[in-house]
Write a protein of this length. Sequence first.
Length: 249
Amino acid sequence: MRRKLAAGNWKMNGTLADLGELDSLAETHPTPGVDILVCPPATLISAAAARAGKGPIQIGGQDCHHADQGALTGDVSALMLADAGAHAVILGHSERREGHGETSEEVRAKAKTAQAASLMTVICLGESLGQREATNTLDIIGAQLSLSVPDSSNGENLVIAYEPIWAIGSGLTPSPDQIGEVHDFIRARLEKRFGAGVGRSVRLLYGGSVKPDNAAEIFAVSNVDGALVGGASLRAADFSPIITALESA
Ligand code: PGA
């Protein structure tokens, strides 16, 4: 059985003053029926991990370099994230792929180092609107999946997040059928590459404009094991109902 996962991506939002949101979440969900992950900006990981303690919330990073250390101004390594208290790292988010020119090969190199540092990697895949309109979404996702996921992956250290680029921050979401088609495809590809046991144990998240009012419908879709939530993860008042919807899915 895959344990469901509600993951929050704060992106470039939040200062120390916002860490009280973690306390609110932990108070509302002291013994959650799902895993809860919050990925604040790198500046807050250490303080967030200390604040979360051994409670119900785990802390993750939003990116890392593929090297462990070196003359790489401005970069942060997977070892550093783990040292700061992170349990996971988001990799290959479309805002990194598009805004920083990250290729799937780079994402795979990062994921390999992050998994070696015992971080759970949340690898993001997603098509643009143009690609979807050209009806080759599954080709795009299939290529990103095979190139971005390292051979060292298993059900503990790999989570896949399907995030259509056009749904991120836009208020638009794919239909349940469209989400199900992609998630079933990703599941089948993982089973083919890693075998049924590992392939079935990897959690598949949907991401892109998940809100309290659409969460239950999305969580009812086949092979959706949770969500990667951006805007609605910033405030406990918004993230908490999404967690509750996942618990009852
Ligand atoms: P959103 O972002 O929930 O604000 O659409 C999701 C994401 O980019 O992970």
